[in-house]
Design a protein around this ligand. Structure first.
Ligand code: MN
Ligand code: MN
Length: 415
């Protein structure tokens, strides 16, 4: 039995052969030798007698039957939190995708974490900078900057935080149901399961040194944990103003907030086709090594063909069903499907678009290891090139070129 998709592909192949009579090298079917379902002439060239995993295959229609425009062998650019093992403790859990699991992801490693109401991610620090986006609930963060200035804030879904390398911090779930968020480290090797923990250091310091260091008797530390806590259940934090007053003591406040409300910020681009919101060091001053673009688009819309000159793009799909094709020299073109909880990756300067192929809004965030967000729009480039020059390249009438967008729309609607 053939799947509906295979039958559709075969009937499309038949239609193409009737209309063009050609085997390949036609519009939408460029390659020689011909590739893609459209070029098969019998059912068994396309069917897959097995073994199969239908549940998994269903999530990757573009791998099962790539568009005839796909070619070559670009490396895997899909990963997911959905199949990453959760490290579960009382108070919450975390799972991660680092470059060890996802070879292409050299600039960013990703962590997905849940904290219960009162659940605490232990006071810690690490080598990499930490950027995060809240996807659910409420979270209280604490951080001390490298000038010794303390900061405490509460975050909601759509909010970001950024902690510079080495800045010590904590995270705690608020009521009524804690929180969930995604962290990006600006280093593909960074590992949430191996951070510098306050409990580990105190347990591995001689008691007499602790006594001198803090100016109190060694017995003060008699009941400290001998093993680290990492994530543990605490009590739900009280009033934010009280915590802010408690941490101030003799210190000054940092000049810029360590949080930014990206989800409720004014979009850089907005139309019926969707919106793009940007957070980088121009508006989120402390985020000197990570920039982000939050994209929301309705069914059928396409995040226009573009590339990023200054960094790889690490994508986290928050909702919906999307399909992305990445283009590289060769030529190479690879189309991949993404669902909520999945991760995509595009090396810098490689062309790509993202299409909403589902029935609901697609929302994803692109994260870049760069101080500023940068993109080049294909249509904007061609619209700002002498039309006669473009016409000679593409064999398209100048009057039609004049209709192309000349404002980098970001997202284009369903046609
Ligand atoms: Mn951290
Ligand atoms: Mn992009």
């Amino acid at each position: 039995m053939f799947s509906r998709r295979e039958l559709l592909a075969m009937s499309a192949a038949g239609a193409a052969m009737v209309s063009s009579g050609a085997q390949g090298a036609t519009f939408g079917n460029p390659d020689e030798p011909p590739q893609g379902a459209i070029n098969t002439k019998n059912a068994s060239s396309l069917s897959d007698p097995g073994p199969q995993n239908p549940a998994l295959a269903k999530q990757f229609p573009s791998a099962q039957t790539p568009p005839a425009t796909d070619v070559g062998g670009l490396p895997m650019n899909w990963a997911s939190f959905n199949n990453a093992p959760r490290r579960i403790q009382n108070g919450g859990w975390a799972r991660q995708v680092t470059v060890v699991d996802f070879a292409i992801s050299k600039e960013i490693s990703g962590v997905n974490m849940r904290l219960s109401a009162g659940g605490i991610r232990e006071l810690h620090w690490h080598q990499a900078a930490e950027w995060a986006i809240m996807t659910y609930g409420g979270c209280r963060i604490t951080v001390l900057d490298v000038q010794g200035r303390p900061y405490v804030a509460d975050l909601k879904a759509g909010d970001l935080w950024y902690f510079p390398p080495g800045a010590p911090h904590s995270l705690q779930g608020l009521g009524p149901d804690g929180c969930e968020f995604v962290i990006c480290f600006d280093d593909g090797h960074a590992n949430e399961f191996n951070t510098l923990l306050v409990t580990d250091w105190l347990a591995h310091t001689p008691p007499e040194v602790l006594s001198k260091n803090f100016g109190v008797p060694a017995e003060t530390f008699g009941k400290i944990p001998l093993h680290n806590l990492w994530i543990f259940q605490g009590t739900v934090p009280g009033d934010l103003a009280a915590d802010r007053a408690a941490v101030a003591r003799h210190a000054e406040a940092p000049p810029y907030p360590f949080v930014y409300s990206l989800g409720s910020s004014a979009p850089l681009k907005e139309s019926a086709a969707g919106s793009i919101r940007i957070a980088d060091s121009s508006n989120f001053k402390v985020a000197t090594t990570v920039a982000a673009a939050l994209v929301t688009m309705p069914p059928g819309a396409v995040r226009e063909m573009h590339w990023h000159p200054n960094a790889d793009e690490w994508q986290y799909y928050i909702s919906g069903q999307a399909r992305m094709t990445v283009f590289d020299t060769g030529p190479n073109a690879r189309t991949t499907d993404f669902s909520a909880g999945d991760i995509g990756y595009v090396p810098r300067n490689l062309g790509h678009y993202v299409e909403n192929v589902g029935d609901t809004d697609v929302q994803f965030v692109g994260v870049f290891r760069a101080p500023r967000y940068e993109e080049v729009s294909l249509s904007n480039w061609l619209a700002h090139t002498p039309p006669r020059l473009v016409a000679q390249h593409l064999n398209i009438d100048e009057k039609l070129i004049a209709q192309w967008p000349d404002t980098s729309p970001g997202v284009m609607p369903k046609t």
